[in-house]
Design a protein around this ligand. Structure first.
Ligand code: CDT
Length: 330
């Protein structure tokens, strides 16, 4: 047994609206084959990897979008990914739109839709499931936007928390692994909940437009990529963990996604970065021993955290205004 694992971000180029899951899965299988040739033990695919990023398309009735969702994974369409995992002895992470029949908070069983990611073992077993918590965008059609971002319409907020699991992977007999999805990477609270469970490797997929529609389209492309990398690098450094962050890239249904997938170490350094906007495999050898330095020194949580001073974080959602200073005696 070793403490090293070779991981890959399997970036996907665009998947057009008319393209089937089977076509996307063929491409993913090619990337898994390439990963096997390079000695990779764990492959991370993007968010909503099986289809185009459909939340950009408006449907009046939500049920009209159900064909973008998976009722079960593995399914006939996704089984070849599980077969490849077993054949190559590779674990993988997959993001997809999930539709389930399950009880809601009131106990009523109903159809529920989530933006989901799973971690699958080299034996083809689902080891961990996560449902996206930070859903960006809006719920209603917005005529001011050139491109819609309707995640709040199609998905419910994830109800599985931020789980971390310890499982064997590659030649390592136990790695603490956690999942985030796209917009979650921008929220330090999400990383810290994983960090508090001693996460060593975070997997996350993303679909991020090159243009910020909220800013009327005015935000430099390099800043969009910078903010994505900044968030992931800070999350790794502050929680002493590795991350594999995998993009869907290129021009999909006329809309540009920025790519730039990365693998980051616990110092917050980028170990590998994608350089194309197509299907691309980037890899890195991760020595899990590197997680130890941060978590036993500057980020030894048990010594230095002060949760009694952080109560606002869980009690308050939006920001309030501070007390106004009008001079020393106010
Ligand atoms: N898929 C996803 O979460 N994308 C967001 C962009 C949202 S812009 C409304 C992201 O944070 O990358």
């Amino acid at each position: 047994m070793t403490n090293n694992i070779t991981v890959a971000a399997a970036q996907l180029g665009p998947i057009q609206k008319a393209e089937s899951r089977e076509v996307a899965i063929e491409r993913m299988l090619r990337l898994m084959g390439r990963a096997h040739q390079r000695g990779v033990e764990l492959v991370v695919f993007p968010e909503l990897a099986l289809t185009t990023f459909f939340p950009r398309h408006y449907h009046e009735r939500i049920e009209e979008a159900d064909h973008w969702f998976e009722t079960s994974v593995p399914s006939n369409a996704t089984a070849p990914l599980f077969d490849a995992a077993r054949r190559f002895g590779i674990g993988f992470h997959l993001g997809y739109a999930e539709i389930t029949q399950e009880p809601d908070e009131t106990g009523r069983i109903r159809r529920r839709r989530f933006n989901t990611a799973i971690l699958v073992s080299p034996a083809g077993e689902v080891v961990l499931k996560y449902r996206k918590v930070h859903l960006p965008g809006h719920a209603e059609y917005d005529p001011r936007r050139k491109v819609q971002h309707l995640e709040k319409r199609y998905f419910e907020v994830g109800n599985l928390g931020f789980p971390v699991i310890r499982a064997p992977m590659g030649d390592v007999d136990g790695i603490n692994m956690g999942l985030l999805i796209c917009n979650d990477r921008r929220w330090p609270e999400a990383w810290r909940v994983l960090g508090l469970q001693s996460v060593e490797l975070v997997m996350l997929g993303y679909n991020t437009p090159s243009t910020n529609q909220e800013a009327g389209g005015f935000e430099a492309h390099h800043l969009r990529v910078f903010h994505s990398h900044l968030s992931i690098q800070a999350g790794c450094y502050q929680n002493s963990c590795f991350a594999v962050a995998t993009a869907k890239a290129g021009t999909e249904d006329g809309c540009e996604l920025f790519g730039n997938s990365i693998i980051v170490n616990p110092h917050g350094e980028i170990m590998a970065q994608a350089s194309t906007w197509g299907d691309e495999l980037i890899t890195a050898d991760c020595d899990l021993e590197m997680c130890r330095l941060g978590r036993t020194t500057i980020f030894a949580f048990e010594k230095h955290r002060r949760p009694e001073a952080y109560t606002r974080i869980t009690e308050q959602v939006g920001a309030t205004e501070p007390r106004l200073w009008r001079g020393a005696d106010t």
